[in-house]
Design a protein around this ligand. Structure first.
Ligand code: G
Ligand code: G
Ligand code: MN
Ligand code: NA
Length: 256
């Protein structure tokens, strides 16, 4: 298939792009960190979203290569930003890890090596993992998360609330923050039961010593409710869409 050949080519020749979406303090809307989101500017099909090619990369067993390309790109961008701005002022960047990638026994070593090679401090990078991946608490994924945290790297639980085992893993899993799935945010203003679930999820996370990011915030009404509920951070089109490296640089210039 042509698309498969194209993906292999893009991976080997710098054909993927990483965009950055700000995660802001809900209190004052200042950028607190970024989520790295991969894009594929395809010569014939336009800018492809990861939903369109991550499954293909997994099928072709290219997901680890893709993940390492994204991580190396992010590390280079962070190093570049740290040269231009005070390193302490440069927000951390979270990188998504897929379930298939987390099954690799030596993953933690490979990730840490990439970060160290770039010459940036380890805590500059964070990783996001989906909670469905944590359903089976033993195995390499869990060891990888432990090893990363021991090395000073924070773990964020992505799409929180959409899995089937939220309460059963939460007390044992090594993580620092949760990202409340956008599906909870979307109907927050009309649904009092949803409101109760979100309120208690935030309270539960705080009791466990974790901060909360709400994803998919598109309206001021959603932001105001989440702020009232004590949610720490927000991400969504209300604040900013994911932006390319150049626009992200301009944002840093304006804010820091
Ligand atoms: O905007 P959005 O279309 O960027 O992302 C769609 C999905 O792709 C999300 O679930 C997101 O977590 C995932 N995703 C984005 N970038 C990456 C990446 O670099 N690696 C992996 N494994 N998933 C990613
Ligand atoms: O699975 P994950 O949570 O990493 O996916 C994040 C996805 O959500 C990306 O595709 C990103 O582009 C998208 N996204 C970010 N902000 C918003 C938003 O405010 N509304 C919607 N609908 N999607 C968003
Ligand atoms: Mn994510
Ligand atoms: Na997310």
């Amino acid at each position: 298939l042509q698309i498969e050949a194209d993906l292999r080519w893009a991976l080997a020749h710098g054909g993927l792009a990483v965009h950055y979406q700000p995660i802001v303090h809900l209190a004052d809307a200042r950028t607190r960190s970024f989520e790295a989101l991969v894009r594929w500017p395809h010569p014939n099909h336009g800018l492809l979203s990861p939903a369109e090619f991550i499954p293909l990369a997994e099928t072709l067993d290219l997901i680890h290569d893709l993940g390492m390309v994204v991580l190396r790109t992010v590390c280079e961008d962070v190093r570049d930003w740290q040269r231009h701005f005070a390193p302490a002022a440069v927000p951390r960047v979270s990188v998504n890890l897929s379930a298939r990638q987390l099954a690799r026994p030596r993953l933690a070593h490979e990730l840490l090596e990439a970060i160290d090679r770039a010459g940036i401090e380890r805590p500059a990078i964070r990783f996001e993992v989906t909670e469905s991946l944590l359903a089976h608490p033993e195995g390499p994924a869990r060891q990888t998360l432990h090893a990363l945290r021991t090395a000073g790297i924070e773990i964020m639980i992505d799409d929180f609330g959409t899995g089937h085992s939220t309460l059963s893993y939460l007390h044992t899993i090594p993580c620092d923050q949760i990202k409340l799935d956008g599906s909870f945010v979307r109907s927050l203003t009309e649904d009092s039961r949803l409101l109760a679930i979100v309120r208690h999820s935030i309270e539960l996370s705080h009791d466990l010593g974790m901060k909360v990011v709400a994803e998919g915030i598109e309206s001021e009404a959603q932001r105001d409710i989440l702020r009232e509920l004590g949610c720490d951070y927000g991400q969504g089109y209300l604040f900013s869409r994911p932006q390319d490296r150049a626009r992200t640089f301009l944002r840093l210039q304006q804010e820091f």
